[in-house]
Design a protein around this ligand. Structure first.
Ligand code: ADP
Ligand code: MG
Length: 808
């Protein structure tokens, strides 16, 4: 058992903007306990929290300042926990802090750079590396990923992947057994046999988390996510299995809605946005108070799930994430206060061992065999399961003579062999029973008339029994048939859905064949296990979901998407990552070639050495004398061989590392693509409504659509927009300017500057439009859509001109 208080660490996030200095200081003297001092700026200090103090000091296990890299965080915080999990103890790491303070960055990692990988991917990598090294035990790893939002649990690793809203994901509920252990019903556990599979699961969960989140429900700031690694280990031949769980928890934002007092200065009372964080705090307070018998774990789902991690059987670590900017001072102080209370909680971690019944049977069988062998050695005779025929005969003779012996002192001597003793009893019983039946039958024959009905009844009974047997068989056959039919239909359904998914994926894959994305399966390990297959299916269905969105896009919308993508801030990151990926791929390819070369060189060198050997031996035999001169040549060959081997090993290790990096980059890119698509959809929807509301000219000119509220008309609006953006690009291509950019100006996410409506050449757009609309440039060919486009373009032109006139 390990007794330990919850470890608390602090991590300060780099500020978004350049920040005034002197807000905090870290006293991290090696000999002293690290201390974080938060200094309240003068202008805030006067009315701060009813308190005249100007600085607050908090003690932590360690404090990581802004420049602390993800690797350092992993090495210092997560690695020790991962090690104790490998040793069989439960572990939990949770990040606590206000929204934007870096919880997700710390737990999962940044979505841009490989080096930004957070605690989860690094821990997975570390655990699998250790498992590979340790051949003394048999390990199994399972992963689960739970999101708790508004007191409801959702399984982020939903194998169906049809969720577009959080509510579509399977709901996870709590079950408590008679021993008051909490079980999570409906939370799926997925086996991961290697790092790649585990990372795929993480990716799947993160993508589901992202897709399920809408701008209206900023679930990520208000939900808790618990990524759990379940590790079982067993020594070969032992019946004892160890189970350990590692929870990696990204909590909801801890910010409170501050109530301002008179003059907006006094923070009198704080109210939580998130009720379950409030309950978490209550649990922590209860645990840190001595002599509290009741701990209110049951108040919320999150505290119930983390029950063992808080004041239970677990090694727990908290990371307080701090965004130490002036406006966040009060939140940062409350995060630190919370951490100080957490640090008072003592946990008692024990090894979770249990006996596996199957292994137990094997062990006992082994023990029996050993005892038998021992017995045989002592008695000098080999004991078999049953007595031999001769022994049985001998025993029966003994019994008969014992029964016939009139001497009351006579004994039945069979020795200490239990088999013989048992057999004697059986035999005696049989004799006794036989005698009884015989006696009965004589008695009955004496009393009753010989019963002539008896054989008939016997026959009837037999017939009925046979009939019953026959019916039973028929029923069994029918049931089997029914089962087979059911299975067939299920399989057919399953296959067709999978096939459909894959066909669509192939047809609508948004990545060109030359893209590294396409090289993925060809270069690296084809999945071998069924688990892998299902993972691939998962990914393909996810990609299908993504590409499905595009598949339904009209041409114009696709074009708008292209523009959106081009101008999006993330596109730089995606392009960068693509470049890096390309580089890594070519490096991997080159490495692969060099490895092959080295391998064949090694082969040649070996052959050469053997050849020389044979030659020398032959020479020595024929000439009958030694040839020392070839020895140094062979020595040279051998050192060459060693050198090649060393090179081979280095390259191989590098290739392995490259593989992990490439996998990760691919996941990052996939994620970025989903995000982009999602943002585009949001922008698109917003733009469509915006268009309906803000373009009276369109409405008035909208003679083709009498009912603008219908969904059809909305779609038309979308088409309008898409046609507009495509034309905008044409305009750009012709150097006529910013019309295309104008179209995208409503977008919030784009960093590209919104073009001024008062461009230097307001008339150029007009001229272009005029020229376009009146000239014979073919539009879509569909007269209704064309008239819509014309109407829209005119309306837009009017608005632009008005704006320009106004500002002039
Ligand atoms: P939270 O999950 O607490 O709401 P995030 O982890 O999403 O916050 O962080 C907010 C932003 O700050 C993200 O863009 C993230 O990349 C960035 N960020 C957070 N911590 C760091 C850090 N230590 N170094 C660099 N960027 C960070
Ligand atoms: Mg977050």
């Amino acid at each position: 058992m390990v007794k330990q208080t919850i470890q608390i660490f602090a991590r300060v996030k780099p500020p978004a903007r350049k920040q005034q200095s002197g807000i905090y200081s870290i006293d991290d003297d090696e000999n002293l306990t690290p201390c974080l001092e938060i200094i309240i700026p003068r202008d805030l200090a006067d009315g701060f929290v009813n308190n005249k103090r100007e600085s607050y000091k908090f003690i932590f296990q360690r404090i990581f300042d802004q420049d602390a890299k993800q690797e350092i965080i992993f090495e210092n915080i997560a690695k020790p926990v991962a090690e104790s999990v490998l040793a069989g103890y439960n572990g939990t790491i949770f990040a606590y802090g206000q929204t934007g303070s870096g919880k997700t960055f710390t737990i999962t990692g940044g979505a841009e750079r490989y080096s930004d990988r957070g605690i989860i991917p690094r821990t997975l990598s570390y655990i699998f590396e250790q498992l590979q090294k340790d051949s003394s035990k048999i390990y199994t790893t399972h992963i689960s990923y739970l999101e708790i939002y508004n007191e409801c649990g959702y399984d982020l690793l939903d194998p169906r992947h049809e969720a577009s809203r959080l509510e579509d994901l399977p709901k996870v509920t709590l079950l408590e057994d008679t021993d008051q252990n909490i079980h999570l019903k409906n939370l799926s556990l997925h086996q991961a046999t290697n790092e790649e599979e585990a990372l795929n699961l993480l990716f799947l969960g993160d993508t589901n988390r992202m897709i399920a989140e809408t701008p209206m429900n900023q679930a990520s700031t208000r939900s808790h996510c618990i990524f759990t690694i379940h590790l079982s280990s067993k020594e070969p031949g032992s019946a004892t299995v160890r189970h350990a769980k590692l929870h990696l928890v990204d909590l909801a934002g801890s910010e409170r809605v501050a109530k301002s007092g008179v003059g907006g200065q006094l923070l009198t009372e704080a109210k939580y946005i998130n009720l379950s964080l409030h309950y978490l705090e209550q649990v922590i307070i209860a645990l840190s108070e001595k002599n509290r018998s009741h701990i209110p774990y049951r108040n919320s789902m999150m505290t119930s799930v983390l029950r063992d991690s808080l004041g239970g059987n677990c090694m727990t670590t908290m990371i307080a994430t701090l965004s130490l900017e002036k406006r966040n001072i009060d939140e940062s102080i409350s995060t630190c206060r919370f951490a100080q209370r957490v640090a008072l909680i003592k946990n008692e971690a024990v090894l979770n061992e249990e006996i596996d019944p199957r292994s137990m049977i094997i062990c006992l069988q082994k023990e029996i065999q050993e005892l038998k062998d021992e017995l045989a050695l002592v008695t000098g005779e080999q004991r078999t399961e049953a007595l031999t025929e001769a022994e049985l005969l001998q025993l029966e003779k003994l019994i008969t003579s014992f029964l016939e012996d009139q001497d009351p002192q006579s004994r039945l001597e069979v020795g200490a062999d239990m088999r013989k003793i048992h057999h004697c009893f059986h035999h005696l019983k049989k004799l006794l029973n036989d005698k009884k039946i015989l006696g009965n039958s004589t008695v009955s024959s004496e009393i009753k008339e010989p019963d002539c009905q008896e054989p008939v009844r016997e026959e009837e009974y037999k017939k009925l029994r046979d009939l019953l047997k026959q019916r039973d068989n028929e029923i069994n056959i029918l049931v089997n048939m029914l089962k087979k039919e059911k299975k067939k239909t299920q399989d057919a359904l399953h296959c067709s859905s999978v096939d459909r998914g894959e066909i669509r994926l192939i047809q609508s894959s948004p990545f060109p064949p030359g893209n590294p994305e396409g090289q993925r399966t060809s270069l690296f390990s084809a999945p071998t296990q069924s688990q892998d297959c299902s993972m691939l299916r998962n990914r393909s269905s996810l990609l299908h979901k993504k590409s499905g969105m595009r598949e339904e896009m009209s041409l114009g919308r696709q074009e708008a998407f292209e523009i959106f993508k081009r101008d999006h801030a993330d596109s730089v990151t995606i392009d960068d990552n693509k470049q890096i990926l390309k580089q890594r791929f070519s490096e991997a390819k080159a490495l692969g070639e060099s490895i092959n070369e080295a391998r064949s060189k090694i082969g040649h060198l070996k052959e050469e050495i053997t050849r020389r050997h044979i030659q020398q031996v032959a020479l020595e035999v024929s000439e009958n004398m030694a040839f020392p001169s070839t020895a140094d040549q062979e020595g040279r060959l051998r050192s060459q061989l060693e050198e090649e081997k060393r090179r081979y090993k280095i390259m191989f290790t590098r290739l392995k590392a490259l593989k992990v990096e490439i996998e990760h980059l691919q996941l990052l890119m996939d994620k970025a693509k989903v995000k982009l698509q999602k943002e585009f959809e949001a922008w698109w929807a917003e733009e469509a409504t915006h268009l309906q509301v803000n373009s009276p000219a369109v409405n008035s000119l909208d003679h083709a659509k009498p009912s603008p509220q219908s969904s059809e008309s909305q779609q038309d609006q979308s088409q309008l927009l898409s046609s507009q953006s495509s034309r905008g690009r044409e305009a750009q291509d012709q150097g006529t300017g910013n019309f295309g950019v104008c179209v995208l100006s409503g977008r919030k996410v784009s960093p590209s500057p919104c073009p001024s409506p008062c461009s230097p050449e307001p008339s150029s757009t007009g001229t272009w439009l005029e020229g376009r609309t009146t000239s014979s440039v073919p539009l879509t060919g569909d007269s209704q859509t064309d008239s819509d486009i014309l109407a829209f373009l005119k309306a837009r032109q009017n608005i632009l001109q008005k704006k320009c006139l106004g500002s002039n």
